[in-house]
Write a protein that binds this ligand. Structure first.
Ligand code: SF4
Ligand code: SF4
Length: 220
């Protein structure tokens, strides 16, 4: 259905989850962070200075988060590898795009899982249509919100045994947003629907995963 990767690739991302998302002080995060503000554990080169000890320093929530591929898609696909770390003017647009693309990828991941189940030809066709439109919508917040609603409508319309199977199949997936921890910004009533994942020089390469995770401070 989609050629997009639905797993985080932190090595090709500008630490977007560590900036765009808010989190609350809890057993998952040691302090409160508002949305759109870089985490204070993030270094100037986009590394997490506590990467190797996040659990013991009160940030286990960072280790279970997975943007489902939104981070690298925004950084590489929509911003051509540029980063807010090099140009602060990019911070807000990248954060906005990340929140929208995160929502699109969450819906795409559900549609992808649904495609493995016993759908009718008509259901397969509808799944493909919504998925293709979601992929094409990229960071268009209005389109993504509309297609997200269509995704849920499609999933609700499936036979109950298929829905049960789908829920069982996604229960093992990484958290796109640990409950009551990482969350998108609070919206006021006059805001649009939720826009909803290089350091100086080339983006850092690292095989590690997790928000910014991805990068240990000692790396850069
Ligand atoms: S992974 Fe990101 S959000 Fe978590 S502590 Fe490190 S810099 Fe902060
Ligand atoms: S988990 Fe965070 S650092 Fe990793 S790719 Fe996603 S947004 Fe980027």
């Amino acid at each position: 259905m989609t050629s997009l990767s639905l797993r985080a690739d932190c090595a090709h991302c500008a630490a977007l989850c560590c900036v765009a998302l808010a989190f609350d002080r809890s057993d998952q995060f040691a302090f409160h962070k508002p949305a759109g503000e870089p985490c204070r554990n993030l270094t100037a080169c986009g590394a997490c200075r506590i990467h190797g000890s996040r659990a013991s320093q009160g940030f286990p929530g960072c280790m279970t988060y997975d943007c489902q591929g939104a981070g690298q898609r925004v950084t590489q696909g929509l911003f051509g590898g540029r980063s807010w770390l090099d140009d602060v003017e990019l911070l807000q647009p990248m954060a906005d795009a990340f929140l929208t693309v995160t929502r699109a990828h969450r819906a795409l991941a559900l549609l992808h899982q649904a495609g493995k189940l016993a759908l009718s030809p008509a259901e397969h066709a509808e799944r493909g249509r919504v998925g293709a439109a979601l992929e094409a919508a990229a960071a268009d917040a209005e389109q993504v919100a509309r297609l997200e609603a269509q995704t849920w409508s499609f999933l609700r319309g499936l036979r109950s045994e298929v829905v049960r199977e789908l829920m069982a199949s996604v229960s093992h997936l990484p958290h796109p947003a640990p409950r009551r921890t990482l969350r998108p910004p609070t919206l006021s009533s006059d805001q649009p629907p939720p826009r909803s994942e290089s350091q100086s020089g080339p983006l850092r390469r690292s095989g590690k995963r997790g928000p910014a995770g991805a990068r240990a401070a000692s790396d850069g």
